[in-house]
Design a protein around this ligand. Sequence first.
Ligand code: CO
Length: 447
Amino acid sequence: MSEEKITMPVSGDEQAVASEARRSFLRKSVAVAGGAVMAGTVAGRAAAEPLAIPPTNKMLGRGVVSVPYGMPSKFEAHVVRRNVEWLTPDTIASISFTPLQDLEGIITPAGLHFERYHGGAVDIDPATHRLVVHGLVDKPMIFTVDDLKRMPQTSGVWFMECPANGAMEWRGVQMDSLQFTHGMISCSEWVGVSLLDLMKAVGVKKDATWFYGEGADGSGLQRSIPLPGAKDQFGKPIPDADKIYKDIIIAYAQNGEALRPENGYPIRIVVPGTEANLSVKHLRRIKFTNKPLVTYQETRHYTDGMPDGRFRQYTLINETNSVVTFPCPDKKLSGKGAYEIRGLAWSGRGKVKAVDVSVDGGKTWKEAKLVDPVLSKCLTRFIFPWEWDGKETLVMSRAMDETGYVQPTLRQLREVRGTNSIYHKNSIQTWKITANGEVKNVQIENL
Ligand code: CO
């Protein structure tokens, strides 16, 4: 890629979007005292007669270890990852989507974590796997997986989001499904070794301003990850390079067990809050450098096409985003009455501070209640009690994070980014509830 085709990561444009959105947030947001919007929803019915005795009360069930590794109920068989067949030529360099519409809380079961491969998932024997750490270091070292497990352990609950989440919706509505509009995000407890401890072990030299990770998969995936003082190949500083590296871990476990092969077994990088492509799976090499590698994955992929035909590079942080997960196109309403609108919010810069919900297409907004725990760079749940009158309704959410950044509308985002982008689409999502309770994906022009 030639120099004139690349523009630098401009945090300024995102900040302009953010400040307009922030003014709008403060003007329209109606703070609700104590967070209680209205009395709790009761959806049961009066108990008029005794419950019938079910067949399961009259039989013996399965014994222990009849299923040595437990699986979901057979009645939950619809809760699976799905892919969009036309999106990629094959399933080897492709993506699958997490069924957000069927998940509760903030943790994504490992088996439902979205998949993104550039060369397919591979099975690697941890006994023979090695990680080499070299480059601008005093002492190049090779680590076994057991070596890494003996080092000080650290962990965090962080979302993992492909920056292409929402990519199919830039130019207009395309997917009538929450799973496909937002399912390139998952959230796990990740456990491993702090990058800072690894840096100490090898004695990283002062002039190291980048490192790159390389995977042991068929694509040999490589990504450059900035350290404090990082500059791009043209000498421009990388925004937030002093923040991104602090939380980085080399993970060997996810949600209590070893990483799944789909998530980089036996070890991967986890770079909390950033585009998931940085979190190199099946990690075999870390090299400390004083410049970015400018790999295929950071030129052909993961750059942002701007309206003037140029591309932004090294836009790494996934900005504040949110989506209503109920109701949604995958979960329609069964009739008018009381409901909780529920959803997810997240920010790659820290904690979610507040979420507003609108049920009139963005004319008025009310503050939703955030559900504990509210953690940094982690999915956060919000709920909003609501009475549906059976009429057509436009439902949306907008999140603000602890830095004051407010999720933009699609118009605000397009004003800065145009429609040539693939990545980092974090605009407000609108669902239209029709009179029969079905839910459609819509985009409101001029909002
Ligand atoms: Co980016």
